[in-house]
Design a protein around this ligand. Structure first.
Ligand code: FES
Length: 169
């Protein structure tokens, strides 16, 4: 009677070969440059209705920076433009948000507002997305930093960020 016998030396070699290949793949994944994991460009679903917004994070110089894209109301009957800005407040670096209760914000800062605004609650800086982020009120001296974006087929691609936001905090 003959019985097929496995070759223990060959099996050990195959096992070790597979183990080394697995280790090599693991080491390569760990050592891969961070650019391989970069989240640039960022693609999100574009907000379509007036004053609808979407928030995202954008990686720049190894840091994740908060962003927001807001659909502005149309001025000529067509779709309104998208305004995308970094949510880091240019004053001292807090994170601001879109505030739709603009009457309330206006009463707090002593201004008459007629549309949603960006409000930074740290020191009450207010920015107007309809006017390129112009400072409406507060200690901030400049508008929020803008994102370069591209819109296509309902998607919003965030391509780049104006210089400056990455150094304030
Ligand atoms: S940090 Fe935003 S108003 Fe001061």
């Amino acid at each position: 009677m003959t019985e097929a016998r496995s070759n223990p030396v060959g099996s050990r070699k195959q096992f070790l070969g597979g183990l080394w290949r697995s280790l090599a793949v693991l080491v390569a994944a760990i050592m891969a440059p961070s650019a391989a994991r970069a989240r640039i460009p960022v693609t999100v679903v574009a907000p379509m209705q007036p004053w609808q917004s979407t928030e995202f994070e954008f990686e720049k110089d190894g840091r994740l920076l908060p962003g927001i894209a807001v659909r502005l109301p149309a001025t000529n009957g067509g779709a309104g433009a998208l305004y995308a800005a970094c949510r880091i407040c240019p004053h001292e670096g807090c994170t601001f948000a879109l505030e739709r209760e603009y009457d309330l914000v206006g009463s707090i800062v002593g201004q008459t507002l007629s549309n949603p605004v960006f409000l930074c609650r740290c020191h009450l800086s207010v920015y107007d997305p309809l006017r390129d982020g112009a400072v409406v009120s507060g200690p901030a001296k400049r508008p929020p930093w803008r994102f370069e974006i591209r819109e296509e087929s309902g998607s919003l691609e965030v391509l780049a960020l104006e210089a400056g936001a990455e150094v304030i905090r």
